[in-house]
Design a protein. Structure first.
Lengths: 130, 291
């Protein structure tokens, strides 16, 4: 389908949020793609831990601010993904509990990010500005 | 030879879809109605679907509302119109992993999924993309991928490496680097000839006929692969059906309803009966009789 274009960033904080969301999305896609193929993730728990650390720092820096819940959602999604990746690194088939945690936290983050930015999805060519 | 009955069921539509999104380069030419459909195949041994539609919840709802997708109905409603339950589907072929084609996986809990390996593998490299390149991940969502992992856990996911017979008489053919990295289309060669379910390798018949009736293929409006590969794939499809465009079944073509026996339901959604296996009674005739 098509291409939604995100709104112009409203602030440096919003830009940061969008970057962390994008990073979480691409890491989640990479890990889940590997799991679907029954391959070890190309991205290790160590790399995701680094992402967790960045998200934790962002969440701490924005406590009490307008985007506090958004950055906390980044942190929670990153932690859930790191747990899943760690399980996969140990050669274990992912448990439903871990998968569900990644799905739930990603959905929560996505919902909050889409309050700030337009949905970034590109459904089959449906650009809104034709 | 296995014989299948084949129906195309409409589950939603976009009432104003830009022409240029369906036909490459046709900018400023207004909009068209874009049905959202999937295919249902039935033999004596299998009930299969090609694509799933999406769930009007979570990101499916956001996308539908953002892009003007209306009149959505779940598979429980759409499938029951021709006498089937989503739970009875044993085989699911996904032409590609976009929300309107693969966003309804969870509605079909007993189906074994067949998808090109490349469609999944493509996202393994997404790990290191800088923010400026995130457009490359905008066509899918981890939600879709996690549904595939869950099905893998159940032993119900087969990732295909190229062309393969998925079930007897139903063949998945790769269309790599076209609309998506690992797209595929589906072919049937049976008692009444060849049929080809296109996925998003074409949107309308005009992709093949040329929107200006000049006989020149016009590729779709969005390719994550290349336009060249889109046209080369269209030529493969064209040759497979021996240049009979009506044997290509698009999932987004409003003209399709005029080419095949079609029933329109009270909610305006439609079902087209493309082919009936020997001995299979028409499900549309009974619907028409009851109407």
């Amino acid at each position: 389908m098509s291409a939604a274009v995100a709104s112009p960033p409203q602030s440096a904080d919003a830009t940061r949020l969008n970057e962390l969301y994008g990073a979480n999305k691409s890491l989640s896609l990479s890990v889940s793609a590997a799991l679907a193929m029954q391959l070890p993730p190309q991205v290790g728990a160590e790399q995701i831990d680094a992402h967790v650390w960045v998200c934790e720092r962002a969440a701490a820096e924005h406590q009490g601010e307008e985007l506090e819940a958004h950055f906390e959602a980044c942190r929670d999604a990153a932690v859930a993904l790191a747990d899943l990746a760690r399980e996969a690194e140990d050669g274990l088939v992912p448990t439903q509990r871990r998968l569900e945690a990644v799905r739930r936290t990603h959905r929560h983050l996505r919902r909050l990010v889409w309050e700030v930015f337009d949905c970034e999805y590109v459904p089959c060519g449906h650009e809104r500005n034709h | 030879m296995s014989d299948y009955s084949l129906w195309i069921v409409e589950y939603a539509r976009v009432k104003e879809y830009p022409v240029s999104a369906a036909l490459y380069g046709r900018h400023n030419q207004g909009s068209l109605v874009l049905p959202y459909c999937y295919g249902v195949l039935k033999s004596d041994d299998h009930l299969a679907i090609v694509d799933t539609g999406f769930d009007y919840a979570e990101f499916g709802k956001v996308l539908a509302d953002t892009y003007g997708v209306s009149d959505w109905q779940p598979p429980e409603v759409v499938m029951s119109r021709i006498g089937f339950s989503p739970r009875d589907v044993d085989t699911m072929i996904l032409t590609h992993n976009h929300f309107d084609h693969a966003g309804g996986v969870d509605f079909f809990p007993n189906a074994h999924i067949y998808l090109q390996s490349r469609e999944v593998q493509n996202y393994m490299w997404a790990k290191g993309l800088p923010h400026r390149m995130q457009w490359l991940t905008t066509a899918t969502d981890p939600d879709l991928m996690i549904s595939l992992v869950e099905r893998m856990r159940q032993g119900k996911l087969t990732l295909l490496d190229g062309e393969a017979d998925v079930i007897p008489g139903v063949r998945a053919v790769p269309a790599h680097d076209t609309h998506t990295a690992g797209s595929q289309y589906v072919t049937l060669d049976q008692h009444d000839g060849r049929w080809l379910l296109a996925g998003d390798n074409c949107y309308t018949y005009d992709n093949f006929l040329g929107s200006q009736e000049d006989g020149m293929f016009v590729p779709i409006g969005l390719a994550f692969g290349s336009m060249q590969q889109c046209v080369l794939t269209m030529e493969e499809m064209w040759q497979y059906v021996d240049e009979e465009v009506e044997r290509i079944v698009p999932f987004h073509a409003e003209e399709m309803w005029d080419k095949f026996p079609t029933h329109t339901f009270d909610d305006t959604l439609r079902v087209a009966e493309i082919s009936l296996a020997p001995g299979e009674a028409s499900r549309l005739e009974s619907l028409e009789a009851a109407a």
